[in-house]
Every structure is written in C-alpha cells, then in structure tokens.
Design a protein around this ligand. Structure first.
Ligand SMILES: [Zn+2]
Ligand SMILES: [Zn+2]
Length: 162
C-alpha cells in the first residue's frame, strides 16, 4: 500500500502544488483498504474538510490517476472505483451489490506476462485483472429469496387445492 508521502511525492514530481485539500484526499487514499467510488471519497474527505468541493476531490483523483498513483476501475455503467493497491492482483467485482475487493491469494501473473511476451513481444509492467461475479453474501441472499418464493408458491398451491 502507498503511504501519504508516496501520494504527495507523486503530486510534487508531477509538478502539482500540495494544497491542504489535495493532502486530505491523499490522506484518505493512504488509509482506505476499499475501492472507493469518487463520491465515497468526497463523502469521507468532506466529513473532516467541509470546505472542500466535489470538483476539487474529483480533480485530485483524476490527477493521481494520470500520475499512475491510483488505478481507475470501470465496472459497467457509470460505476467508477479507484484502486489504491499498486501490486498486480485480481479485483473481484460483484455484479449485484457493486462491491469490489482484492483477491489476496497468489496470482500467477508472472507466468501470464511471460506467455504474453512470448506470443506478442509485449512487455507488461503491471496488470489489473477484474473478475466479475457474485459475492458470497449476494449468493446467500439469492438462495433466501428463491426459498421464500418457493414457499410462497407452495403455500398458494396448498390454498388452491384446499
Ligand atoms: Zn454482492
Ligand atoms: Zn484492488
């Protein structure tokens, strides 16, 4: 994970001035372990910096993305999340609740880099892998809903036959 100093250095090296507001955004990014959306970042940062505008937060996020300090993940529609984990890893994206989280297990991305390089000559330096599907909670909720529907339909069936 990057520290606040890594983010501030990225801004400095990019030629950007460090304002209190940019520092507040960097501070939040250094502390979060989730994959926040732009409006989540705004909600969190404006809690401690009520004077900060949405435009300033979004602008800072765009700058940090362009500098490569954070990675933008687009999850269909207008769902944008920011990833603060610079290590190659797999993001698990739930299509039902929209949650994005890191897969912490070992991912053989090195082997993938090698076969990509062997076949195309492309030299990969980093990778973002998005795996779409349904999280464990959403699957459990779906099973519950299905069970309730089944109970409701057998109940009405019973009423009809009585
Ligand atoms: Zn889910
Ligand atoms: Zn991630």
């Amino acid at each position: 994970m990057l520290t606040i100093h890594d983010y501030l250095n990225a801004l400095k090296n990019g030629g950007y001035r460090i304002t209190d507001q940019r520092r507040a955004v960097c501070d939040y990014l250094a502390r979060t372990e989730s994959h926040p959306t732009p409006s989540e970042v705004y909600a969190q940062v404006s809690g401690s910096h009520p004077e900060i505008s949405r435009a300033t937060v979004y602008n800072t996020l765009n700058v940090l993305r362009d500098l490569g300090a954070i990675v933008e993940i687009s999850v269909g529609g207008d769902h944008t999340h920011y990833d603060t984990n610079p290590q190659p890893h797999v993001n698990l994206v739930c299509l039902r609740c929209g949650r994005v989280y890191d897969y912490a297990g070992d991912v053989p991305l090195g082997a993938l880099y090698e076969s990509v390089h062997a076949q195309t000559g492309f030299q990969a330096v980093s990778a973002q892998v998005q795996m779409m599907g349904f999280c464990a909670e959403c699957q459990a909720r779906k099973r519950d809903e299905f069970r309730r529907q089944l109970q409701a339909s057998t109940a009405s069936l019973r009423e009809e036959t009585n």
